[in-house]
Design a protein around this ligand. Sequence first.
Ligand code: ATP
Length: 259
Amino acid sequence: MTTLKTQQLFYNFPGNKTGLQAVDLQIQSSQILAILGRNGIGKSTLLRLLLGLLTPKSGQVLVDGQAVTNLSPKQRATYLALVPQMGSVQTLPYNVLDYLLLGCAANMGLFSQPRPADRQRALALLTELGCQALCDLNCQQLSGGQLQLVTIAKALMQQPKILLLDEPTAALDYKNQRQIIQLLQRLAKQGLGIILTTHDPNQAILLDDQVALIDGSGRLTSGQMIEMITTDKLQQIYETALQVDYLPSCQRLVCTMSA
Ligand SMILES: Nc1ncnc2c1ncn2[C@@H]1O[C@H](COP(=O)(O)OP(=O)(O)OP(=O)(O)O)[C@@H](O)[C@H]1O
């Protein structure tokens, strides 16, 4: 069982007096936490703090009780992997299979090569994501959605204990969004802890686990999806008219923009 938690995390955005305030969150193996908040509120920044890529003004991030900043890069990579926001993914001129194998780098020695088992795992992941036909393409030839799927597969090659995903379905069509949601649920059942950011409350509804909302002052509150995804709470964090209702034909809550 792995636990990732923050204690009273404060962070000021560069050149700005605003930031994240007193963030307390916790996630453990098999849990999924969806983080929602409006543009520029600090969701990606929070993921970078959790990964130890940014240093908080105060407070700390603990992985199994150890400060993330005290872990070596290799130790960190055994715990945590990131699927970055699509705009920030640098496409390297590798074919898709080799790109996925880069995901194993943290678990390999300096001069070792990927093993046949790693290649098989990469091919199995591509097949699971319906991307097996992409395997020999150059990454720079991929569409935005194809690159997003391949980037998720690369992070899974790292075999982390907690997976952090920054808007993992932003570039995906409905079928692929459903596939990623189902994949995340399967992985959580197998023991992976998952933290993702999303702009779509419907995804948090479908994932149906933990939800964290960041409000306009950079404070985070979290709880079970059913307590957090309400018309009042979402209207407050997005500062716009929207509605959360139970839709009998979908047999679930649905969030829509209202007039
Ligand atoms: N490299 C940077 N240099 C300076 N300021 C930055 C940098 N990256 C982000 N910021 C600022 O930090 C704040 C939080 O940004 P962040 O990317 O964490 O927000 P976000 O909630 O993920 O936004 P979005 O939903 O639009 O992706 C913003 O005000 C942004 O302008």
